[in-house]
Design a protein around this ligand. Structure first.
Ligand code: PBG
Length: 322
């Protein structure tokens, strides 16, 4: 009799027929650094992922390196909020110090957005009447991206969703003196939905919008075509890596985007998705690490090339290959 279960009988047989394989090299660990912070602060829902001072950030990276993590994405929270003319000083110091200490052992992606920098918490520069000023937003985003790259960032990750940002950033990087930033890749948050699953992150990054929401510039979850087209547009503008976000609620889009663009597509397991696991586990309703690994396997099955996850630093202990 045809038995589908025969190949599930032992672990060896399951391993033999496993269709996915991935390594810690495909996991990206998010990090938060907060100017003027005296000691680390917990972030509700995010387990051992903390808000760091510059010094403790360096220690954390060093520990993570020992766990085999090589990819990091950094979120920076400045002490002072502004509406435009953002300062590059603090972030340049942090980035150059991290790169000075760890060099090529790590790849440091910098989340590039305005929501942690602005008084109003929106990802763009606003006009007096509260509407998005696209031209001014692109200017600010581009100048931040260039300063991050000049400070030593290995890659730029624009998460702001301002139309045309990837093209402007690419032009700025390529236009730098002597082609010195031509090699810096752009990992675009290319399919980024307006989502309620960003809650824990917004506490950590102090970036919640002070009025309204982000539905005027992030994608409506009901719209598959907008989701796919936004990634296609980023590919056309020169993005090197694409992403769906929130990852778990967007896995249906990974393959179509990959097929249409030919580019690697990653998934961001966002803060609310991760916090759902930590919260269920705190209530004794699941085993955290097993559930986490299960979600990563599903991302890989869905075709994600890389995964941004707050749990990356646990990968080694979960048996993910280095
Ligand atoms: C900044 C940004 C956000 C996230 C990553 N970059 C929040 C937002 O768009 O409001 C969310 C990440 C997470 O929830 O883990 N724009």
């Amino acid at each position: 009799m045809k038995r589908l279960q025969r190949l599930r009988y032992s672990k060896n047989l399951r391993d033999l027929t496993s269709e996915i394989d991935f390594t810690v090299g495909q996991l990206v660990q998010p990090l938060f650094v907060v100017e003027d912070l005296l000691r680390d602060e917990e972030i509700p829902g995010l387990g051992d992922v903390k808000r760091h001072s510059k010094d403790s950030l360096l220690k954390q990276i060093s520990n993570d390196l020992e766990s085999g993590i090589r990819q990091f994405i950094l979120f920076q929270v400045p002490a002072k909020k502004l509406d435009s003319g953002f300062s590059h000083k603090y972030s340049s110091e942090v980035i150059s110090q991290v790169k000075k200490e760890f060099g090529q052992a790590i790849t440091l992606w910098i989340d590039t957005c305005l929501c942690s920098l602005t008084t109003h918490g929106h990802c763009c520069v606003l006009r007096d009447n509260g509407t998005q000023n696209l031209e001014a937003s692109l200017k600010e985003i581009t100048s931040l991206a260039k300063s991050y790259a000049e400070a030593g960032a290995d890659g730029i990750s624009p998460s702001d969703m301002n139309d045309g940002r990837v093209l402007k950033i690419r032009e700025a990087l390529d236009g730098a003196k002597n082609g010195s930033l031509e090699h810096i890749p752009i990992m675009s948050y290319s399919t980024k939905f307006s989502s309620h699953f960003y809650g824990p992150f917004r506490n950590a990054a102090d970036s919640a919008p002070q009025f309204g929401d982000r539905s005027q510039y992030q994608i409506d979850v009901r719209n598959r075509s907008d989701g796919i087209n936004s990634s296609i547009r980023c590919a056309q503008e020169g993005a090197d890596l694409l992403m769906v976000k929130p990852g778990m609620t967007s896995i249906d889009l990974i393959k179509p985007i990959q097929e249409k663009t030919g580019l690697p597509v990653g998934a961001y397991q966002v803060s609310g998705e991760f916090a759902a696991l930590t919260t269920l586990s705190e209530k004794g309703l699941l085993k955290f690490e097993n559930a986490l690994l299960e979600t990563w396997h599903v991302f890989k099955r869905a075709g994600a090339q890389y995964i941004i996850t707050y749990g990356a630093r646990r990968a080694k202990s979960l048996g993910v290959n280095l």
